[in-house]
Design a protein around this ligand. Structure first.
Ligand SMILES: C[S@@+](CC[C@H](N)C(=O)[O-])C[C@H]1O[C@@H](n2cnc3c(N)ncnc32)[C@H](O)[C@@H]1O
Length: 269
């Protein structure tokens, strides 16, 4: 989906993904729901960048980055950056191969490292943090918390809190998702395989009951919510495509899209 946006390197990365068919961007045959989802992911990506732009530290640790190349782009823009890009070992091995095929490492002027890290492994987490020179750290993630149950979420909070208490800095998470009402769930088209995936990973249950519940949860883990990203839908590259397929009722509405997620900048109290 990100290949349909201007997110750096997304198109090149998608081209490398081995699928049953050659990856072919077809902008014409996509419907409203497809573009809504692309908008969601582009906005989520942009929301992290927005808040990262409000921090002054150039030490960035990205958790569970998947096949996202924000780190390369960040190091292209900031020669003084130290960006540690992490995910589980299997993903990192494939991503390393992609970086080599696309010769992306030469784009980074700053110090870019791609390392395997299970974000819940305390020893590996501390060892990764220790690679940064002194000074505050920005820890960022998108698309992780909904895979973790409450106990795992607390473990992760504890590791991040300890690191930020010692080093200073902040945690920017785009994973403040709230559970959808039954009507909302029923109205969203979903393929069988998507529904099975959501079920298998308990995605809906792992979301927060409400934004207030999420705030309370983070406060109980020792964090303060300092800032929330403000979506700038007009600036998203998906907008011209989405506008073409907007149903009449939505086109005439002055309301922003329903809020299903928030991106927060947190500090350790
Ligand atoms: C939905 S993807 C999101 C990837 C990327 N952040 C993005 O937005 O495109 C979830 C990612 O979380 C990673 N993941 C799941 N559990 C993890 C863990 N315990 N530690 C680190 N990464 C994990 C998966 O390998 C996967 O790459």
């Amino acid at each position: 989906m990100k290949a349909y946006t201007t997110i750096p390197y997304a198109k090149q990365a998608a081209d490398l993904v081995q699928g049953p068919e050659v990856f072919d961007l077809n902008f014409e045959e996509k419907d409203f729901w497809f573009w809504i989802r692309v908008m969601h992911f582009e906005n989520r990506y942009a929301s992290i960048n927005q808040l990262l732009g409000h921090t002054h530290s150039r030490n960035v640790l990205e958790l569970s980055s998947g096949y996202s190349f924000r780190g390369i782009d960040y190091c292209k823009q900031h020669a003084d950056a130290h960006y540690i890009d992490t995910d589980l070992p299997e993903v990192v091995a494939i991503k390393q191969n992609m970086i080599e095929q696309l010769t992306l490492e030469k784009e980074a002027k700053g110090n870019f490292e791609l390392l395997p890290l299970n974000a819940l492994d305390p020893i590996a987490f501390r060892a990764t943090i220790a690679r940064f020179n002194e000074g505050p750290i920005s820890i960022i993630n998108e698309g992780l918390l909904m895979y973790l149950d409450m106990v795992e979420k607390k473990q992760l909070c504890n590791l991040i809190h300890t690191a930020l208490k010692a080093r200073g800095g902040c945690w920017i998470t785009a994973d403040v998702y709230v559970q959808r009402s039954a009507e909302m769930q029923a109205s969203l088209p979903q393929s069988k395989s998507e529904a099975a995936f959501m079920e298998q990973h308990n995605i809906e249950q792992n979301k927060f009951a409400s934004y207030d519940a999420a705030r309370l949860f983070f406060e109980e883990q020792g964090f303060e919510v300092v800032e929330e990203a403000i979506p700038d839908y007009a600036s998203l590259s998906v907008m011209p495509h989405l506008k073409k397929v907007l149903p009449e009722a939505v086109r005439n509405s002055k309301e922003p899209p329903p809020k299903v997620q928030a991106t927060w900048l947190l500090r350790a109290k």
